[in-house]
Ligand binder design. Structure first.
Ligand code: TLP
Length: 348
């Protein structure tokens, strides 16, 4: 079968294309009007997704961004304060949706490798005062994208969620890559998300489905979330064609994420010895490799452009930072070409 993706695409795991099995499942999917609750394939996916993360119910959403926004809208009211790590995706990359559409104000907490300590959270929770907005939600990100795919352990989630919940806040996990986070530390996703009230995860990243994410939580939460999804224009009719690919993703694409982690580590280890590049191997736990470029050599943008001349795509992640992401559509040969090309580029 002909593939249209670019061969050496390390920009993101969002570039993965659906497998043959997914395409066949999509072709054969039994469908109905999902807004009317009549799509059997979608119902199957939502049941399966809830089971996989150990929550009562799940909702298919168009994207991770929509899933996070629906979660914020469902957990908060206008004027509330939402706490999160200072480089959280929901703050950094989601077009300010929570403020523009939800009317909430983000309160950023400096983390370490994307993880917030219970002490930092306690300090950020200011207590009741007529001047302060009401804090009603804590968002945590696992794995943490901008920190380099770093992970929260089940214990870290539990302790920090407990501090928030004691103070009456709900806790939402942006788990776009939560299956990566679980596989990297040999625990189940259910264990990792048990303390949080809701979790969003993406089917369309490392799991390879073409479209869609899942929001999961209690049945009561999902019932309200479904209405917010509709408000945002995310009520999809014969969406079973998309759900069919999501089912294949959940049934057959989770275990292989470990291969992406192995490849990312191998790339990281190979880059350590290349002049003008530095990598924090301690942080390299999943499928994201953050590479720091020595300003004496040039900028991240310069490196991304140089790689592109060799048909290698990487993401410019900051003035001196390049992000490389492994996924099912890049393999060992692609990684070898990446490393060899970087050696040649950095030598001049
Ligand atoms: N992240 C994308 C870009 O937006 C940066 C990527 O290439 O990594 N939460 C996290 C932690 C994410 O990394 C992403 C996507 C999302 C939410 C949003 O998901 P989508 O792209 O489906 O809206």
């Amino acid at each position: 079968m002909e593939h249209f993706y670019k061969k050496f695409d390390f920009r993101s795991d969002t570039v993965t294309v659906p497998t043959q099995e997914m395409r066949e499942a999509m072709y054969k999917a039994e469908v109905g009007d999902d807004v009317l609750g009549e799509d059997p394939t979608m119902q199957h996916l939502e049941r399966l997704a809830a089971e996989k993360v150990g929550k009562e119910a799940a909702l298919f959403v168009t994207s991770g961004t929509q899933g996070n926004l629906v979660a914020v809208l469902t957990h908060t009211k206008r004027g509330d304060e939402v706490l999160m790590e200072s480089e959280a995706h929901i703050y950094y990359y989601e077009v300010g949706g929570m403020s523009a559409l939800g009317g909430v104000i983000p309160h950023l907490i400096q983390g370490s490798a994307g993880v917030i300590t219970p002490e930092a959270l306690r300090k950020a929770l200011r207590g009741e005062n007529i001047h302060f907005p009401t804090p009603s939600l804590l968002c945590i990100e696992n794995s943490h994208n901008r920190a380099g795919g770093t992970i929260w352990t089940p214990k870290q989630v539990k302790v920090v969620a407990a501090v928030a919940q004691e103070r009456g806040l709900h806790v939402h996990m942006d788990g776009a890559r939560v299956f990566n986070a679980a596989i990297a530390q040999n625990c189940t996703v259910s264990e990792l998300v048990a303390p949080v009230d809701s979790v969003m995860f993406c089917l369309s990243k490392g799991l390879g489905a073409p479209v869609g994410s899942i929001l999961a939580g209690s049945s009561e939460f999902i019932k309200r979330a479904r209405k917010y999804r509709k408000m945002l224009g995310g009520g999809m009719r014969q969406a079973g064609v998309l759900a069919a690919a999501g089912i294949v993703a959940l049934e057959s694409m989770i275990e292989r994420l470990a291969d992406d982690h192995t490849l990312a580590l191998r790339i990281g280890q190979a880059l350590v010895n290349i002049p003008h590049l530095s990598i924090d191997l301690e942080r390299l736990k999943t499928n994201i490799v953050l590479v720091e470029v020595d300003p004496a050599w040039g900028t991240a943008e310069k490196l991304v452009q140089a790689l592109e001349k060799d048909e290698i795509l990487a993401a410019d992640f900051g003035p001196q930072t390049v992000r490389l992401v492994t996924h099912k559509d890049v393999g060992e040969l692609d990684a070898a070409k990446l490393v060899d090309t970087l050696k040649r580029i950095m030598a001049v």
